[in-house]
Design a protein around this ligand. Structure first.
Ligand SMILES: O=P(O)(O)OC[C@H]1O[C@](O)(CO)[C@@H](O)[C@@H]1O
Length: 730
């Protein structure tokens, strides 16, 4: 196998000052592109050149001569200095991850060589400084405050202007480009040929990734360095699905052993509950699980719950069990969670890393009260009907709540809430309902993607490519939103989960060093399953602002449905849309085409599709626990890659704190008003004080509907309460 086949500019040229534009490097880059094309296509004869494509002004890759001989391995990034042995360079976690069968097959395939040398991940100096990630920008490269100051970034700025002059309608017709812009790993096939890019774009993006030391940052993450420096924490969600034989040491502790200790505990407990050896306080079998949690302690588990309900093993193994999620503090959500459940058959799992989130803790107390109402307040009720998934540092809070430590399924400070679905927050509720073996398959899928992420060369690395495309679309082409459209109803909650993963991670305004960012980062993510989304917001995607789309589809459905007399199965029908939409977005429809179809001229502008709208397509064999694990890890790593290139800390979330603090202040006023005391509304912004008063009146204005409907009660029981309110009004 080749040790590397990523074309690189010679270090001396690549590192020259920002004044070196694309024109100066044209020859070098041409030869790089040629090498890339050779390395990608070297096992197939080149396609026949079919003549120039109208409007397509990119480097004519068709002109590249066929390789004379097999390409020589291209020097690795460290070619200017002696490389450490690969074992020394490999992050511990990566070095020992075993290949799944499928991955082994991929590794053996002549078309998809895995990168054996891990040359992207040389060890960065262990650092817990304010910017462990930032420190990675040192070394052989000059330091920079912002990636936008680098020559690699500036090249992409200029390149974006060239790309904007091209149209996907023409780009997609190039078979060589089309072949080159797709990746296949362990059943995950990604076609990104409908991105507004050429192969040169990919080369330039990979150069940016190298300059921003994405490889080193990923390695630092995998090694357990404290790259989340604002919280002083390692970022080790990959360790939550590491194999038992692996080892990652953080603060002298092997975290992989901790992970497996908890997974073993989850397995034993969930099997006990499912087999009926572990029962409720009154001796009844546990049949219902209510998982109480919010944000990352809800979205990931709820997302995979929907998928596993329809996957082959899960749909069978879940039959005797019901799992509900109680997330919102809205009493309607509480009512839904409790509806028709027998407390004697119910286990409440409180999922909260901090065990202090206001909404979750109120809901936990509400559920505890419901259990007490059903069975009395004997300590056994809490001990046998409640469990917790919380950070080890919240142990005392859990015990004080009445949940014994043997029912605490820990996770750790080094797993971010939004990255915790592979740890106990997902493991416990999901194993209770579906059995541990389904969850294990999910972990195996995620582990496979982790391995790929840590070892594949950038140009074949799914998460790296997806992350770079995110950077390209957002920071260089200016597309600030993106959408995920899974053509699988069971993935209905995936877009919402990824929305949190990404927006809480990369919604930042400063770099790891606190430098104000001067480029666009942090997309708005949203999505819906197809085809439903098509009948909702796709109008805007086709004719309004440009929103890059991720289409996700599966070759086989979880359910076979082919109604007699129908030409196609329901799944084929669904997938026809999956295949059609990317071309509708990319190619569009011109006025000339419409006129030729006989559309009245005055309608033509309204019915013209400008096209040139980017998307990528992910096609997997089947939606199941394993592929769900792959997709989850793929999207988690995409976010990390973007954050690494943008030079931000993707693993803290200070942006949620202010709202929480202000809610506390409002809560104080609310308590005063509700206990008949005068709230101190002067402390609030006038508009807030005004709308609060309206709330206390029942939502209606003076003499309005709400007041008539009994809103007066909301003023509090005493005269002081009303005076306090009146005072602010004046
Ligand atoms: O698991 P916890 O500590 O209850 O936090 C829940 C969620 O709240 C947040 O902290 C945001 O407020 C998320 O990051 C987290 O996923």
């Amino acid at each position: 196998m080749h040790s590397a086949f990523i074309p690189r500019l010679p270090v001396s040229r690549a590192c020259q000052g920002p004044d070196r534009g694309p024109a100066n490097d044209k020859n070098t880059r041409r030869s790089s592109i040629r090498k890339m094309a050779m390395s990608i296509n070297h096992r197939k004869p080149p396609r026949k050149y079919r003549g120039p494509i109208q409007g397509y002004r990119d480097e004519p890759l068709h002109h590249i001569p066929p390789p004379q001989s097999a390409p020589r391995p291209i020097p690795t990034p460290s070619s200017s200095s002696p490389s450490p042995p690969s074992s020394a360079r490999a992050p511990r976690i990566a070095a020992s991850i075993p290949l799944s069968k499928a991955a082994s097959a991929a590794a053996a395939s002549p078309f998809e060589p895995l990168h054996p040398s891990l040359s992207h991940f040389p060890p960065s100096s262990p650092s817990t400084s304010p910017s462990a990630a930032g420190a990675a920008t040192q070394g052989s490269h000059p330091t920079y405050k912002l990636p936008s100051q680098t020559v690699e970034w500036q090249r992409l700025v200029r390149h974006a202007a060239e790309i904007k002059a091209l149209h996907l309608r023409h780009l997609v017709q190039d078979p060589v480009r089309s072949d080159a812009l797709c990746v296949d790993y362990d059943g995950v096939y990604m076609d990104y040929s409908r991105q507004q890019m050429t192969m040169e774009t990919r080369t330039l993006l990979i150069e940016l990734a190298k300059r921003t030391q994405v490889g080193e940052k990923v390695a630092a993450m995998a090694r357990g360095e404290k790259i989340n420096h604002t919280e002083g924490r390692a970022v080790l969600h990959m360790a939550t699905r590491a194999g038992r034989e692996e080892s990652v040491i953080v603060d002298g502790v092997d975290v992989v052993r901790q992970v497996h200790r908890v997974l073993d505990k989850v397995k034993a407990f969930s099997e006990g509950v499912r087999q009926g050896t572990i029962r409720g306080a009154t001796g009844k079998r546990i049949r219902n699980i209510v998982a109480v949690g919010i944000g990352g302690s809800y979205l990931g588990p709820a997302c995979i719950h929907e998928v596993f309900k329809t996957e082959e093993e899960g749909s069978q193994s879940c039959r005797d069990f019901r799992l509900r999620f109680l997330s919102n503090v809205d009493p309607v959500d509480v009512a839904r969670a409790q509806e028709k459940l027998d407390p004697e058959e119910t286990l409440v799992v409180v999922v909260s890393k901090s065990f202090a989130t206001a909404e979750t803790m109120l809901n936990a107390r509400t559920m505890r009260q419901w259990l007490w109402d059903g069975m009395g307040t004997h300590p056994d009720v809490c001990a046998k009907h409640m469990a917790a998934c919380a950070s080890a540092s919240a142990t005392q809070l859990v015990e004080a709540f009445g949940i014994p430590s043997e029912r605490l399924f820990e996770f750790w400070d080094w797993v971010g809430g939004r990255y915790s679905v592979c740890a106990s927050p997902g493991a416990l509720p999901i194993s209770l309902k579906f059995g541990f073996s389904v969850f294990e398959k999910f972990l195996a899928g995620a582990r496979s993607m982790d391995r790929h992420f840590l070892t594949a060369p950038f140009e074949k690395n799914l998460p790296v490519l997806m992350g770079l495309l995110g950077v390209w679309n957002m920071s260089f082409l200016g597309y600030r939103c993106r959408t995920i459209i899974p053509y699988a109803e069971a993935m209905m909650k995936f877009p919402a989960h990824i929305q949190q993963v990404d927006m809480e991670s990369n919604g930042k305004h400063v770099t790891v060093d606190g430098e104000e960012i001067n480029y666009d980062i942090g997309e708005i993510d949203f999505g819906e399953p197809g085809t439903n989304g098509q009948h909702s917001f796709f109008q805007l995607l086709h004719m309004g602002q440009v929103v890059p789309v991720d289409f996700i589809g599966f070759a086989e459905s979880q359910k076979a449905l082919h109604v007699a007399g129908e030409e196609l199965s329901s799944h084929d029908e669904l997938m026809c849309n999956f295949f059609a939409q990317p071309d509708a977005l990319a190619v569009g429809k011109t006025g000339a085409e419409l006129l030729a179809e006989g559309i009245p001229p005055d309608h033509v502008p309204h019915r013209t599709f400008k096209g040139n709208r980017p998307s990528l397509s992910l096609l997997l064999p089947r939606l199941n626990a394993y592929s769900m694990g792959q997709l989850l890890a793929l999207y988690e790593h995409r976010t990390a890659v973007q954050g690494f290139v943008w030079h931000v800390n993707s693993f803290d979330q200070w942006g949620v704190e202010l709202g929480k603090q202000l809610a506390k202040s409002v809560r104080e006023e609310m308590k005063l008003a509700r206990t008949g005391q005068a709230p101190n509304l002067h402390a609030l912004v006038p508009a807030t004080a005004r709308i609060l008063q309206r709330y206390w009146r029942g939502g209606g204005g003076e003499g309005g509907q709400g007041k008539e409907a009994g809103g007066e009660e909301g003023l509090g029981e005493s005269q002081e309460g009303q005076e306090g309110l009146g005072h602010v009004n004046n």
